[in-house]
Ligand binder design. Sequence first.
Ligand code: NAD
Length: 321
Amino acid sequence: MIIVPESAIANLMTADDAFKAVEAVFAAMSRGDAYNFPVIREAIGHADALYGFKSGFDRAGLNLGLKSGGYWPGNADKGLTNHQSTVFLFDADTGKCRAVVGGNLLTALRTAAAAAVSTAHLAREDARVLGIVGAGHQSTFQLRQVAATRDFERVVAWNRSPEKLDRLAKVAAELGLPFEAVSLETLGAQADVIVTIVSAQAPTLLDAHVRPGTHIACMGTDTKGKQEVEAAILARATVFTDEVAQSVTIGEAQHAVGQGLIAKGDVNELGAVINGTHPGRRSGDEITVFDGTGVGLQDLAVAASVVERAIAEGVAVEVDF
Ligand code: NAD
């Protein structure tokens, strides 16, 4: 069995590998070659923790396994990250445990990769201004990976607490992109691509903020009750997602569907665009929304990619198990 510890991930997983792994698994899901198993999420009644599993099987990539972990709110006091996760991969032919991989950084990288895959396939080719709504832990990963998908010339960003925008300004400077903290009105008026990555229960980005032709990647809503953008945006957009069942129950589309503004059948798989069975963006004026809910197969895909790289680079730790 191979072990790839959390500390080794930063040197092994590249943004390009994450992009390719996530793109391939979205395509496999849409072809029916890969499917996610029902998600388990429980308040365990200890340490205020929320614990769960996301799991699935990709017959095309032969990735079988699960991501186990959750949220321990007291961890920060112990010098640990509140979100903790570990990916377990199993041999699809024998069921033997093949690898244990640290899942914390991988979660951020696979989430940002999903937004990047959506932008690569759905944004206008002439997109030049990238807007980021949110400046939490995930936001810098989003900026780095989405910035690589088009010839962006500028970054505009908004956060509820503007002082946190510094972390995005630093990454924009590293990427050589001018950065400006703006109002939501200005962000919507200037950005060609908008990534929303906040944890909120009410819409932040409103319909009136968004102009025709924008691509919006909604990445923060992964639970019932959370919301980032006004449901009316989805009503005038073409909506794509990683997994339709999750999108309409725990994703951003839960609100538009719940309010009767769109139907489940209006939500399209991004994998279908990757496979060429959905045309994707049809015109320069169309608004496209990607509802990135986060699926277990994404975790397995990036973990398998890291294991391959660890073996190739001779740094895989192998134990008898
Ligand atoms: P974080 O706690 O580090 O940051 C939270 C962000 O939300 C900050 O920008 C904060 O200002 C903003 N915010 C909080 N309350 C708000 C409100 N009421 N109105 C507007 N903004 C508000 O979180 P993070 O790690 O950056 O994650 C952001 C979101 O992404 C979370 O909801 C998380 O669950 C979700 N997430 C989704 C996936 C996925 O696959 N889709 C993966 C990981 C995390």
